[in-house]
Structure formats: C-alpha cells, structure tokens
Ligand binder design. Structure first.
Ligand code: PHE
Length: 336
C-alpha cells in the first residue's frame, strides 16, 4: 500500500526524474523486483494473493512510467514543431542621437567645410592652459568670471576642471605653427547652481584662426557664414563690444531672431536679437605666451555653448533636460 502511494505520487515532470523513478521502482534492482524476491518467504496458501498484488503494483508503476515518457516525448517534439518561422520578430526600440551630439556634429561640419581641423584636450587642466597662458593675471578677478571647480593642489600646481575649451587652443598653439585653423569641441565645467538657465557642466565649440594679417573683418565674415549655415540664409549678425582677458578687442555676437512673428516673441524678449557667442582678436600676450610671434601673426578666436545653439535650434527651454535622460525628451530627436 505504501509503495503504491509513493508510485502514484512520484513527480515525473522531466527526463531526469523519470529515469530516477525507473531505477527506484521498476528497474532490475528496483523496489518491485525486491518484492518478487520476498515472495519466496510467503506461506504457500498466501503466495497467489501476494503475487497478484505485486503484479498489480508493477502494472500501475509501468503504466505511469509509459504515460509520463510519452508525454515528455510529445512535448519535446511538439515544441520544435510549434516554431512559426513566418512570424514577424518582436520589434526593438531604436535609440536617438542626443540633441547636443546632433548640433555638435552640425557645427563641426560647418567649420570643416572652410578648412578647420578638430582638436581635443584634457578635461582636467592646469592653471597655465586654462588661465595664465590666456592672459588671466594671477589673483585677477577675471578668474572669478568662470566659477572654477578646483580638483587638487600638487605643490604650486593647481588642477581644475577646464572652464572653457580655450585651454585646448593653448595646447594647439604651443604645438603647431601657423597657419592654424581649428575648432575644439568639448565638455566644460563651472561651479554654478543648477537651474533652467545654468548648469555645472555644458559643452562648447571654440574656434581659433591664426595666420599673417588676420583681421577683424575675417572674424566677422567667418561668423556670418556660420550663422547663415546654422540658422538659415536670412540670418543677420550683430557684434557688441565686450571683454575677455584673451582677446582684444572682444565682442559678443547676436543673431537676428527668426522666431519672432507678429505676436511677438518670448525667446528674444522682443528685442529681435539673440546672443550666441563670444569672440575677438587673440590678444598678442596670448600669442607670445604660446610661442607664436605676435609681431608676425595675428588671429581671431570665438567660443559658443552647444546647449545655447541647441536651445535656439530646437526651442529647448530648460538646460536640465539635456542631462536628465528623460526618454520623452530624447525620443523627439530620433529623426534628427
Ligand atoms: N572662452 C570664452 C568663454 O568660455 C569664450 C570665448 C572664446 C570668447 C574665444 C572669446 C574668444 O566664455
């Protein structure tokens, strides 16, 4: 009776369990074979009844085995037959380029078309490349213009996260001879509270052109070309006097607001102009500091924030959107 219960309760859900069952109950050394051995010791008048009981048990055990075996085999072959090769695959989602990458690529390609190379440099910079070579006097408040993240002090050497990619241009000037025509795209860091209009990091493309007799007119034409390529043929530019330690004279450039219409415009605040970059003629002190003779060569430089350009191009009104990885934002650039 006990054996019968065991046999009926045995789990036969896979091939390994089935084999274990076979060995335990119906194999040559199994429990049922053992009962047949026991038959010898049973008194003659009970042998018949006992024999019938064991036979019955064996039948039950074998039947269970055969049924389970058949089930397992059917399932296995059934599975392969059920694969439908004509069924369409499950769709997988396609990612999008980040809007800042889209715009960075576009800015780069605009300048590549007029012969600019691309240069890159480290994000952790020393004082010389981020400040001193760029004519920031020591202890001068101009250094505070760019709230710097200082990283570490090694003796006199102070390491900081670069506050602009002008540092890359210092490296280019130190290592190459004019004519130099290069742009440096990259991430920069400033210690500012994070809000819709400021972030502790952003991206820049800065440009540098150095040759003999480079003039402010060259700067203006280059930037006009850029503005038209980036924002459309009708775009106008305007330069306003400004100050940077590394350029003299310095200017800030606005583009005409193409978003304005008769209903007015809250992007340019109804002025018709949008500030997009800083620029100027490279200060002779900078050329000399970088080993370029300022009596022979002159040049211009400019720098823009990719976030700002993207904001105008795609009407993004909050800087934080760029780094929050919200798919609802990012998905809008799939076709860009
Ligand atoms: N380096 C300046 C900034 O980060 C931008 C700039 C570059 C201005 C070149 C003038 C000339 O704000």
């Amino acid at each position: 009776q006990e054996l019968k219960k065991e046999i009926e309760a045995a789990e036969l859900t896979d091939a390994a369990k089935l084999e274990a069952y076979r060995i335990q109950y119906i194999g040559a050394k199994g429990a049922i074979k053992g009962l047949y051995g026991f038959l010898k010791t049973v008194p003659n008048e009970q042998k018949k009844e006992f024999g019938q009981l064991i036979n019955g048990l064996r039948e039950i055990a074998e039947q269970r085995f055969n049924e389970a075996k058949e089930n397992l085999e059917n399932n296995a072959s059934g599975n392969t037959e059920k694969i439908d090769l004509s069924r369409p695959g499950s769709a997988f989602e396609i990612g999008a380029r980040h809007p800042l990458s889209v715009v960075r690529k576009e800015i780069i390609s605009i300048f590549e078309r007029i012969g600019y190379t691309i240069s890159e440099g480290p994000e952790v910079e020393d004082d010389w490349h981020n400040f001193s070579a760029l004519n920031f006097p020591p202890e001068h408040p101009a250094r505070d213009m760019q709230d710097t993240f200082f990283v570490e002090k090694e003796g006199d050497q102070e390491w900081a996260l670069r506050t602009h990619t002008s540092s890359v241009q210092v490296r280019v000037m130190e290592n190459q001879k004019p004519p130099i025509r290069t742009i440096s795209p990259g991430r920069v860091y400033r210690n500012e509270a994070i809000s819709a209009r400021a972030h502790c990091f952003f991206h820049q493309v800065e440009g540098l052109y150095i040759d003999k007799k480079v003039s402010f007119a060259d700067l203006k034409q280059t930037l006009l070309y850029f503005a038209k390529e980036m924002f459309g043929e009708k775009t106008e530019i305007r330069l306003r006097p400004s100050y940077f330690p590394f350029t003299e004279p310095s200017a800030e450039m606005d583009i005409s607001c193409t978003i304005c219409n008769s209903k007015g415009c809250n992007v340019c605040k109804y002025t018709g102009w949008l500030e997009i970059l800083g620029c100027g003629m490279v200060d002779p002190n900078v050329l000399d500091a970088c080993g370029i003779d300022s009596k022979v060569y002159s040049g211009f430089a400019f720098g823009m924030g990719i976030e700002r350009i993207t904001q105008l191009k795609y009407r993004v009104n909050d800087l934080r959107l760029y780094s929050e990885n919200d798919l609802r934002f990012l998905e809008q650039f799939i076709s860009a």
